[in-house]
Design a binder for this molecule. Structure first.
Ligand SMILES: *Cc1c(COP(=O)(O)O)cnc(C)c1O
Ligand SMILES: [Zn+2]
Length: 418
């Protein structure tokens, strides 16, 4: 977190001071850059934090902006139009705990964000940073949740948006993006084609901020707020274990970063905690690398119903391996069948309908418990990152009315008895 003298700041991004290479440590001034010129490693935001107190945070806005002094955003960020995500419920999940055979369990329910997934957190930070960096158009390649979040944030800010999606995307995700009336472009190709197009277009259009490409270092920091909120909502302390879904892996590494920053700033007491990663077997490159004891992650071709986690070449894969090994955690994966069971288990025990990524988290937690990797006596938090209304296809063939009856009480009684 030390900052060299030549990395001068010209943009007001709050406590952010420079971008540092995660591989070689080379620093550059704050700008819309994402790869190190020395070694092509990914760049990450470095900070110089002022004095931050629990009271100051508690008196802040009821959104991620209560943590603005820990994010790469200006101090008046809460006066600028944005989606104000965050401060979602932390639910004490006693009935799910009983079903899984654990003592103390919480669910961080991020279905409650403005566009119903955790992506609103990262997009809100990306928009705030992009505004300071001089961009005027918000853009992304996406398979759904990011498309929703970018189109909504741009609409709220009065910005134009350009959202690129594969043309095969589910109807629901197309409509829930298109309704915000930005430029939604369906590309005949898969997500990799769309991603490559985004990188090409980002180089051509100086005023387009592709949230997960040219402003990715700022965007990724938004996930720290998940870690901050869990610690604050537990009464300013860290949990013993967390289970986090892994796509690119950024979210998992930033939850860990959030816990470490809170500890370094004295906002919570230092204590050991364990970070676990959750993947769908049909796209489990990080789990495979973890189990094989490798430091590198070999790309795979995704084939799973958990499409929001279907990134075959995860950018933060190696850093996920670092975080879980350092904290004595693990990465595990579950079949699509188990994912659907996970969705249904969470719904019937806690009344929370999660998308497929949530099913991955619940099912992975169950597998980690059944295989003795997760301690059933330790306090555990599961991250539920998206709403089940986004992925109705995953469950539609398995659930429905118990019976269809004529409008008579006798018929209802008979149906209830059978
Ligand atoms: C994008 C996404 C994730 C994973 O995020 P990464 O930071 O890429 O690992 C998890 N859950 C949902 C619902 C998502 O949309
Ligand atoms: Zn480097």
């Amino acid at each position: 977190m030390t900052v060299t003298a030549h990395a001068t700041t010209t943009f007001d991004l709050g406590p952010a001071r420079a971008l540092s290479c995660r591989e070689c440590g080379h620093q550059v001034p704050l700008a819309a850059e994402f790869a190190c010129v020395e070694c092509f490693g990914p760049l990450e935001v470095s900070y110089e934090f002022g004095e931050i107190t629990r009271a100051a945070i508690e008196s802040g806005p009821n959104s991620i902006w209560r943590y603005r002094d820990l994010l790469p955003v200006p101090s008046d960020v809460d006066t600028q139009p944005n989606t104000e995500p965050g401060l979602t419920r932390l639910v004490k999940a006693d009935r799910l705990a009983a079903a899984l055979g654990v003592k103390s369990l919480w669910v961080k329910d991020d279905t409650g964000n403005p566009t119903h997934s955790f992506k609103d957190r990262v997009v809100a930070v990306a928009l705030a940073a992009a505004r300071q960096l001089g961009f005027t158009v918000l853009a992304c390649p996406s398979t759904g949740n990011l498309a929703n979040a970018v189109a909504a944030a741009a609409a709220r800010a009065g910005w134009e948006s350009v959202v690129l999606i594969p043309s095969s995307l589910e109807r629901a995700k197309v409509l829930t993006t298109a309704v915000y009336d930005g430029a939604l472009i369906a590309v005949d190709g898969n997500y990799d084609d769309v991603n490559r197009l985004a990188t090409e277009l980002a180089a051509e259009h100086e005023d387009w901020a592709f949230v997960n490409v040219n402003v990715r270092p700022y965007y990724a920091e938004g996930s720290k707020t998940l870690g901050y909120e869990v610690a604050e909502q537990l009464g300013w302390r860290l949990p013993d274990q967390v289970v986090v879904p892994v796509a690119s892996g950024a979210q998992l590494t930033k939850v860990d970063k959030g816990f470490r920053e809170f500890t370094e700033l004295g906002l919570v007491e230092a204590k050991p905690y364990r970070v676990f990663g959750a993947q769908a077997t049909g796209c489990s490159p990080v789990s495979a690398a973890f189990k094989a004891g490798l430091d590198v992650v070999s790309p795979v071709k995704p084939d799973t119903i958990a499409r929001s986690l279907a990134i075959g070449a995860p950018a933060d894969g190696p850093y996920v391996l670092d975080a879980v090994r350092r904290t004595n955690g693990a990465v595990e994966d579950v079949t699509d069948e188990e994912v659907v069971e996970g969705i249904r288990l969470l719904a019937r025990t806690e009344g929370i309908f999660a998308e497929t990524a949530g099913g991955v988290t619940v099912a992975t937690a169950k597998k980690l418990i059944d295989t003795g990797q997760l301690d059933p006596d330790a306090e555990t938090v599961l991250f539920i990152t998206g709403d089940g209304l986004k992925t109705l296809d995953a469950v539609q063939d398995r659930i429905g009315p118990r019976a269809t009856v004529p409008p008579s009480a006798a018929a209802v009684r008979k149906a209830l008895e059978s």
